[in-house]
Ligand binder design. Structure first.
Ligand code: PGA
Ligand code: ZN
Length: 418
């Protein structure tokens, strides 16, 4: 068993230039694992708190005070690390240690263990196959909390290369869509600034329907079949424009207000008109009933909860009772520890929800989520298209694809095409 022999935390910056916590874990005196907590901009209200009193330095200070408790622990066992974290902070929301610390120590531990055991992280977390690649969901046009005024109210128009036969081909398809959208924007907007949002998606001056139309046009222009070669998805992140007081969806950038029924109809129409394969948070995070209505009306679309489920197993149980979702976003930092996140995955498996492993809008160049996606048999991985911190995860998928050759795990690539 790989044993933790040293632990060290530090403050570093994420892709938004905001402070985050990174932790180094060394197992058996020589195997260094390292992880930095990501952070969201459209944060679900039921996520754990990232830092004590929103203060990264304070979280680090508390971690330093207790870090010796991790010495001697089995770094390959997420539950053992979880128990130590809980002995420091027993609150549900990690309010006295910070979810960022919980994330960084639990991911750095398994990262270190995989080096000590000389096996890739996905194999440590799921010792036997079959292993499958997730489809990369690429954020092509962004708005909402990730971009400024003039951009769409909806947060992300996504492309999913469902017709790809290998991970390389899948990534190339998303890059082509990204580039073709730039060409269309150059043609249609003389003042297009090449501006991008927090996740590297284009952030043009277009409204919601224009954004979706442009991405579907790009797919057609590439000679690809919409829905067959590349399908579209949308992350509405609708809690960020849900007005709790008026109980309406306020598309303020387009000057449109929708009540709940109008929102459901709008989502259903978009799913039909653009053959959407995927929608995320189409209604506000508490509205399981409306989510269930959208799920029931759209058998061919993966209706996914992000802010609604917040990587929390109890919320999956509620969603399951309502029949609210067919997809569940997995963001380890929403739960805090890797162990909590894995319990969420088991609950999703029981409920038959597809897992979609996801980055956050504020990221580091870590690439462990590529392994998390494979070990949890995620249907998709949502990690952007361009930008160093996004490509880091995509490139890790390419490195992982070599294991099919090295270890004869042919199923890694051969089961890619369903
Ligand atoms: P966030 O956005 O990381 O800013 O929360 C990502 C998402 O909503 O999927
Ligand atoms: Zn989301």
């Amino acid at each position: 068993m790989p044993t933790i022999t040293s632990v060290k935390g530090r403050l570093i910056f994420n892709s938004r230039g905001k402070k985050s916590i990174e932790v180094d874990v060394v197992s058996d005196d020589k195997f260094l694992g390292r992880a930095c907590a990501p952070s969201g901009a459209s944060v679900g209200s039921h996520e754990v708190s990232s830092f004590v009193n929103n203060n990264p330095s304070l979280s680090l200070e508390i971690f330093n005070k207790y870090s010796s408790k991790f010495i001697g622990v089995d770094s390959s066992n997420p539950e053992s690390v979880y128990k130590i974290i809980k002995s420091i902070d027993n609150s549900d929301s990690f309010s006295s240690l910070g979810g960022s610390v919980a994330y960084a120590i639990s991911m750095a531990a398994v990262d270190s263990a995989s080096k000590s055991l000389d096996i890739p992280l996905f194999k440590l977390l799921k010792p036997s196959g079959p292993y499958k690649f997730p489809y990369p969901l690429g954020n092509i046009i962004g708005g909402g909390a990730h971009a400024g005024p003039g951009t769409p109210d909806i947060q992300e128009v996504l492309s999913c290369p469902v017709g790809a036969r290998s991970i390389m081909e899948a990534l190339e398809l998303n890059f082509s869509v990204h580039n073709q959208v730039r060409i269309i924007l150059e043609e249609t907007d003389r003042e297009f600034t090449y501006g991008k949002g927090d996740e590297g998606a284009w952030a043009p001056h277009v409204n919601n329907e224009e954004a979706i139309t442009i991405v579907s046009k790009a797919i057609e222009r590439l000679g690809l079949d919409l829905g067959k070669d590349v399908a579209l998805g949308i992350d509405f992140a609708s809690s960020s424009f849900w007005d709790r007081t008026t109980k309406k969806y306020n598309y303020s950038r387009q000057n449109i207000i929708r009540n709940t029924d109008q929102q459901i109809n709008y989502v259903n129409e978009l799913i039909q008109n653009f053959k959407l394969l995927y929608v995320e948070d189409p209604v506000n995070e508490e509205d399981f009933e409306s989510m269930a209505s959208i799920t029931k009306s759209n058998n061919n679309c993966i209706v996914t909860g992000d802010d609604m489920l917040v990587t929390n197993e109890e919320r999956v149980k509620v969603a399951s009772r309502y029949g609210a979702c067919t997809g569940a976003i997995l963001k380890v930092n929403q739960a805090g520890t890797l162990y909590d996140a894995l319990k969420f995955v088991s609950e999703c498996d029981k409920s038959g929800f597809n897992i979609i492993t996801s980055h956050r809008s504020g990221e580091s160049i870590d690439s462990q989520i590529a392994h998390i996606a494979i070990s949890t048999s995620s249907k998709m991985i949502k990690t952007g298209v361009i930008g160093g911190e996004r490509v880091a995860k995509l490139n890790e998928l390419l490195r992982i694809s070599e294991y099919s050759l090295i270890e004869g795990m042919a199923e890694l690539s051969s089961t890619y095409h369903e």
